[in-house]
Design a protein. Structure first.
Length: 139
C-alpha cells in the first residue's frame, strides 16, 4: 500500500508556528514516527506553499497511489482548484486538519475539500494523520 501525504501552506513551519494550536513537533519528525509505526506502508510526503504545486502533486499521485492524506491548510477554505483536482483523480483523499477548524474562526468552517473527500479527520493534533492512515488500512 502506498499513501501520500500532501501538506499546504505554512505547514513547513510546524514546530515553531503557533505551537499552542499546532504543537511543538516538526512534520519531518512526525513523518519519521509514522514511517516506523507503519513499516508495511510506503509513504511519500510533499509540502508546498503554492496552490498550483499542490494541484500538480494531487494530479501526479492521484492515479497510482492507494490513498492521499491532504491537509490543504488555508487553501482548504478558498481553493476551488484543489477541490476540482480531487474530483479529477481516482485515488481517495482524506481531508486532514491538526486543529479543530470548527472551533475556530468562521472562515475556517468552510471547506472546498470536504464535499469531494472520502472523509475528514479534524482536531486530533498531528495524530489526525495517523488516524487517516488507520482508515486507509481498514478500507
Ligand atoms: C489547518 C487549519 C487551517 O484553517 C489553517 O489555515 C492551517 C492548518 C490545520 O491543520 O489545523 O494552516 O489546516
Amino acid at each position: 500500500m502506498k499513501i501520500v501525504i500532501i501538506n499546504g501552506p505554512n505547514l513547513n513551519l510546524l514546530g515553531t508556528r503557533e505551537p499552542g494550536i499546532y504543537g511543538n513537533k516538526t512534520f519531518e519528525q512526525y513523518f519519521k514516527d509514522l514511517e516506523s509505526e507503519f513499516s508495511q506502508i510506503e509513504f511519500d510526503y510533499f509540502q508546498s506553499n503554492i496552490e498550483g504545486e499542490l494541484i500538480d502533486r494531487i494530479q501526479k499521485e492521484g492515479f497510482s497511489c492507494d490513498g492521499i492524506l491532504l491537509n490543504a491548510a488555508a487553501y482548504t477554505h478558498t481553493s476551488v482548484g484543489i477541490g476540482d483536482a480531487i474530483k479529477s483523480i481516482d485515488t481517495p483523499v482524506i481531508e486532514i486538519h491538526i486543529s479543530n477548524t470548527f472551533s475556530r474562526e468562521n472562515f475556517r468552517h468552510k471547506s472546498y475539500i470536504t464535499p469531494v473527500a472520502k472523509g475528514i479527520i479534524v482536531g486530533f493534533g498531528l495524530d489526525s494523520y495517523r488516524l487517516g492512515v488507520e482508515s486507509f488500512l481498514k478500507s
